[in-house]
Design a protein around this ligand. Sequence first.
Ligand code: PRP
Length: 181
Amino acid sequence: MQIDSRIEKVLFDKETLETKIKELANWVNLEYKSSENLIIVGLLKGCLPFLAQLIKDVNIDFIMDFMITSSYEGTAKSSGNVKIILDMANNIENKDVLIVEDIIDTARTMSKVVSILKSRNPKSIRVLTLLNKPSNRVVDFEPDKFGFEIKKTDFVVGFGFDWEEKMRQLPYIGILKANKK
Ligand code: PRP
């Protein structure tokens, strides 16, 4: 496969992602096999390739919903200012909520989203993220399940991750060359 010239190194190729995401879909199937009211909430925009791949192997009924939050505003550094730009459409009271995210980094975004959604009295709330960067936490938070752990210094692009809002469509996750950061 042709690798984008701005990529220094591929961290997770297409096949590695597909295998891991199948495993995560199986986790969803097991965790929610008795649930009658599952709502999967994707945090746009980064979750999109992950969520699209994940749901192909989810074999239980669920409702899909989305939220848009923003913290990075197109740069590599977190501004620390998490905004809810678009709220989800469904009422989650007494429902099982699974939030699907591309990465938990400082955890500012997820801790804010979870606290907002908890106040709406769901039956349960869990977080599934493709990538986890525990060494960069500003807020104490752990997801219920993650795909891969990455290092603090890994600035990732592709498969939903952007560089200045671009490069989200790459079918793999890579590290940008130093002169692009
Ligand atoms: C990114 C990412 C997470 C969040 C993680 O979103 O998708 O939502 O930052 O960072 P944190 O743990 O430090 O809060 P971003 O605001 O860049 O939006 P995007 O999904 O549109 O890329």
